[in-house]
Design a protein around this ligand. Structure first.
Ligand code: FAD
Length: 467
């Protein structure tokens, strides 16, 4: 337990009201452990401001006494970036959930940073639009958290990550200054792109309070398929992954409306079917499965059927209405909870040029067979269209990072990125210097120093505390 400076406690209570300044450990506990259960820390308290002015007042008060702050949205981040470590104050943004009517003419939606993805999706849908971004944590993940992590998800293949979806932002700096860039101009080259800079900054530069999102029209038709694949044994690398890469490349060529291509491997399929009680998938003995989704203004069924006439495709289940489509998505989307049912997972989120993904997956299996304790589990799945593999290890103790290091070393050796979409957080902080050049890290530290000279915003995330 960390105790708060009594004067600061009184000041914060005056700003947000007693009901939203939580200082008792039993009230603050849920904010101190991350979604995986791997990262836990202690806090001096949790404040829950209602609007931008309150956020600015809280940060100004904290700045005056040098109280470090961790911004937190839905707390679904997977790298320990949104939970306190050693007495930081948690600034929960969940009450900033204002949601404007979508602007159909400009094709944008304005929302508070604490709005959940699902709420924003529902508002857009009511006006005939979509956000072009989706992920399984949609009911809890907030738009501010998604900006801060540059979230990706299942539709990056077609619409890009959060960076591509963001048309404007409002944010508050560590010293309480508010910057608004919410005009949504397509062309606006006045100075540095501060909006872009905040995307993926993991709460270390400023606190996002409002966002303007680009919308896409809701497509007339959408089809989902769960496709079982034979192993591509003539290719280099892990046969299931190689098959998924080959088939995805073919689907991309032939299906302009391809929105998602998600990879499932046998260990994950067996686990998710058991955990979630799902029926056997098509081609139960497949080397891999793809969940693919195609959306278009006209019926893409025939086009999809033709594209699936591929020698590596064994069988497919296809759905074109809401209920059956979500039943197919369950095989992929329930992976995260199924993995957590085995124990506290180590989650490594890595990305490669497509041509190297299968070779990495093969090397990973060999190296882990040698190094991992026999009772541990390796479950890989991911956004194969983006070259993004989620490597999940269950077995090693939460603080034992030896296998994490092995995976990340192998990733760099195969020319990959150690963080595809989850960020660095505290989980991969020690790896930043391996993944970026000394000059690159020095530039990032200069940016950090310019935004937050006293190091009060999310210390210990991205960089070591001392830097
Ligand atoms: C089941 C499941 C599936 C997932 N699938 C995906 C996926 O497909 N793709 C993907 O990219 N991620 C995925 N994630 C990870 C997670 O949902 C995303 O990282 C999401 O963007 C986090 O949003 P959040 O509101 O929960 O942020 P939090 O977890 O609360 O915070 C994450 C980071 O953002 C910072 N932050 C939060 N809010 C703000 C703010 N308003 N201003 C400044 N900084 C802020 C925090 O300090 C922290 O560093 C998944 C997670 C789960 C549990």
């Amino acid at each position: 337990v960390a105790t708060i400076d009594p004067r600061l406690g009184r000041e914060l209570t005056a700003i947000v009201g007693e009901a939203h300044c939580l200082l008792e450990p039993e009230l603050t506990a849920p904010y101190c452990t991350d979604w995986t259960g791997r990262f836990r820390g202690k806090t001096t308290g949790v404040v829950r401001p209602a609007d931008t002015a309150e956020v600015a007042a809280v940060l100004t008060a904290c700045g005056r006494v040098g109280q470090p702050v961790v911004p937190q949205g839905g707390n679904t981040g997977l790298v320990g970036g949104g939970v306190p470590r050693d007495g930081e104050l948690v600034l929960s943004l969940r009450r900033l959930h204002s949601l404007a009517e979508p602007d159909g003419e400009a094709g944008v939606l304005q929302a508070g940073a604490g709005t959940t993805l699902a709420a924003a999706q529902a508002a857009a849908a009511a006006a005939g639009f979509e956000l072009g971004i989706d992920l399984a944590a949609r009911d809890s993940a907030t738009l501010g958290g998604m900006v801060a992590t540059n979230a990706g998800g299942i539709h990056v293949l077609r619409h890009g990550p959060m960076r591509a979806r963001l048309a404007g932002v409002e944010a508050v700096s560590a010293d309480g200054q508010i910057v608004r860039r919410m005009d949504g101009l397509v062309k606006d080259n006045v100075g540095y792109d501060l909006t872009g800079l905040l995307v993926g900054s993991e709460g270390t530069l400023a606190v996002v309070t409002e966002v303007l999102l680009r919308l896409v029209p809701t497509p007339e038709r959408r089809i989902t398929a769960l496709v079982g694949l034979a192993g591509a044994t003539e290719h280099e690398g892990q046969p299931g992954v190689a098959a998924a890469v080959t088939v995805t490349a073919a689907l991309r060529r032939h299906l302009p409306g391809l929105e998602a291509a998600e990879l499932i491997l046998p260990a994950g399929m067996e686990l998710v079917c058991r955990h979630a009680g799902l029926p056997r998938p098509p081609a139960p003995e497949a080397a891999a499965w793809l969940v693919i989704e195609v959306a278009d203004s006209r019926d893409p069924t025939e086009e999809m059927a033709a594209a699936l006439e591929h020698p590596l495709v064994l069988d497919a289940a296809v759905a074109d209405s809401e209920g059956p489509r979500s039943r197919l998505w369950a095989y992929r989307e329930r992976h995260t909870e199924a993995i957590s049912s085995l124990g506290v997972p180590h989650k490594l989120d890595v990305a490669f040029p497509l041509g190297r993904l299968a070779a990495f997956a093969a090397a990973l299996e060999v190296e882990l067979a040698r190094a991992a304790p026999p009772e541990s589990h390796l479950i890989c799945f991911g956004h194969v269209g983006d070259g993004n593999l989620h490597v999940n290890l269950v077995g090693p103790a939460p603080e034992d990072t030896r296998l994490d290091d092995l995976v990340l070393r192998l990733t760099l050796a195969h020319g990959g990125s150690i963080s595809a979409e989850h960020g660095i957080g505290q989980a991969k902080r020690a790896w930043l210097h391996q993944a970026r050049s000394a000059a690159d890290v020095a530039w990032m530290q200069r940016v950090k120093g310019a935004f937050d000279p006293d190091g009060l915003l999310n210390p210990g995330v991205l960089f070591d505390r001392s830097t």
